[in-house]
Design a protein. Structure first.
Length: 72
């Protein structure tokens, strides 16, 4: 598992906007296949969650993680 890609994905999602896998891949410069694989893992670990908007799977960071980051 590539921790650097995971970190890039989470950082990409911290702007409070939901994004689809294509948008994340374009933003961080990683392959779509790697992004989808890591998103699946992040969702299963309850770090991110999948939301469906306009029939497109989009992802956001769990609210608990956003709150923890603000306390620093």
């Amino acid at each position: 598992m590539d921790n650097l890609i995971r970190k890039k994905i989470v950082l990409s999602l911290l702007d409070n906007e939901s994004k689809d896998a294509n948008a994340i891949a374009n933003e961080i410069g990683e392959s779509l296949e790697n992004i989808k694989e890591q998103l699946t893992t992040l969702v299963s670990e309850n770090i991110c969650e999948k939301v469906n908007q306009d029939q497109v799977e989009r992802y956001i960071v769990k609210k608990v993680l956003k709150t923890l980051g603000k306390n620093k």
